[in-house]
Design a protein around this ligand. Structure first.
Ligand code: AMP
Ligand code: GLY
Length: 423
């Protein structure tokens, strides 16, 4: 099979690494890719926003299957255009990608199909939103409706903070994403991420993970795209997974189909495990980054036929097997991230992968033949262990061998799971 992978982050490096191991692969291309992905795929400098150019390339190389990594091309309808051109594609349609692209869309779906989530209202202007906040009181959550690179959510512990967040949205802090606002009840509990494939009819549960969104140790400082993750998430017991499938995923699949937007691709459900059970915080319609890195480390099965079955409506014919081990990834980021940071800082050395640990590239590039950091999140040092404690020790041992002066990482990835393991 000839495969084209779209994307250039750590998530796509993990996907490329795993797809390249498939006995079914004849050729793997990545657009635009990164220097880590180049170990497993031929890089192509395509403008992913130019759908006609992507289709022309796919036709020229007789690509059998396209795998779309990030959300932006999905929300822009790349999967629809590829499928219309007769090319099998992993990733939801533009209509189904609204599950990630519009928080209001997802909340309305939850309301229609009785999917557990925080009570909410949608607003197109500030005053009624503020009246609602005053009536509900704090804590309360304010969300820009659209894609805001993970920054459009304010968990307001006071009413004043909530009112200010509403003004920020309508004053354009998140651009077009903030022209509509969702105000949502605060959910109290432990967060977990749940990944599940769907071909529009059938669901295949993958695995669970926990992310670390804050930049600083002890979950302090501003939110980021994720500073590290581990899998599995101990809070997601078999019973909780079963409830999530029944109460959240299955009604979403049937509801989306009933509404004329059948969902094909991966559900990345952000959950809050509250006293009542699993409640939906949000859906993403692609693998998490860096959650994908730990999932791919743990997946024993060949990924390629699983993704292909998802795209071609035959998910009932495949299974996914997982290593029992824990996997943990530590994100090395450029100093200053998530604020401003220097670009093109040299990365002098990346240690070799071993059986139990590997460094995925996220924001790297080659400049004059030398490896440099170009992104905020730059490398993902990922390791296995019999438990999270062991995986963490291996990941930091490898991370400490990376020679990159402008890099930093959190030193406590996995702390919640490790506290449980010690208890
Ligand atoms: P999101 O971008 O929707 O994932 O939100 C970012 C973060 O805000 C989530 O990971 C949660 O930690 C928090 N959050 C979002 N919605 C709620 C809610 N209703 N109650 C409590 N925390 C929330
Ligand atoms: N790590 C969170 C995300 O991929 O959105």
């Amino acid at each position: 099979m000839k495969v084209l992978l779209i994307g250039s982050g750590g998530r796509e490096h993990a996907l490329a690494w795993k797809i390249a191991q498939s006995p079914l692969i004849d050729a793997l291309y990545a657009a635009p890719g990164n220097p880590g992905i180049a170990d497993h795929a031929t890089l192509v400098s395509l403008d992913v926003e130019d759908h006609a150019a992507v289709i022309a390339f796919a036709k020229e190389k007789a690509i059998d299957f396209v795998v779309i990594g990030p959300e932006a091309p999905l929300v822009a309808g790349l999967a629809d255009d590829l499928r219309a051109a007769g090319i099998a594609t992993f990733g939801p349609s533009k209509a189904a990608a609204q599950l990630e692209g519009s928080k209001g869309f997802t909340k309305d779906l939850c309301a229609r199909y009785d999917i557990p989530t925080g009570a909410y209202q949608r607003f197109k202007s500030a005053e009624p939103a503020k009246d609602y906040v005053r009536a509900q009181g704090a804590p309360i959550v304010i969300k820009a409706d659209g894609l805001a690179a993970g920054k459009g959510v304010t968990v307001a512990m006071t009413e004043a903070e909530a009112l200010a967040a509403i003004d920020d949205c309508f004053d354009g802090a998140f651009g077009a994403a903030g022209t509509e606002v969702v105000v949502e009840a605060f959910l109290d509990g432990e967060e977990a991420s749940f990944f599940c494939l769907s071909d529009g009819k059938t669901a295949l549960a993958l695995a669970t993970a926990q992310d670390h969104k804050r930049v600083g140790d002890g979950d302090t400082g501003p939110n980021t795209g994720g500073m590290g993750a581990y899998s599995p998430a101990p809070v997601m017991t078999p019973d909780m997974v079963e409830r999530t499938m029944k109460e959240i995923i299955e009604p979403t699949i049937s509801g989306m189909a009933k509404d004329g937007n059948p969902f094909s691709g991966v559900f990345f459900a952000g959950l809050m495990i509250t006293a009542k059970g699993p409640e939906l915080i949000e859906y993403n319609v692609r693998f998490g980054d860096p959650e994908c890195q730990v999932l791919m480390m743990r997946l024993k099965s060949d990924l390629l036929p699983i993704l292909y079955a998802t795209a071609t409506g035959t998910l009932d014919k495949v299974q996914a097997e997982w290593r029992d081990d824990a996997a943990l990834t530590v994100v090395l980021a450029s100093k200053g991230y998530p604020g401003a940071y220097d670009k093109y800082t040299p990365i002098a050395h990346i240690p070799e992968a071993s059986e139990e640990a590997k460094v995925f590239h996220a924001g790297t590039a080659l400049k004059d033949g030398k490896l440099v950091a170009t992104g905020g999140r730059v490398l993902n040092v990922t390791a296995f262990g019999r438990n999270v404690t062991e995986a963490q020790a291996r990941a930091y041992a490898l991370a400490d061998k990376v020679e990159w002066e402008n890099g930093f990482c959190r030193r406590d990835i996995g702390w919640q799971a490790i506290a449980r393991e010690k208890a």
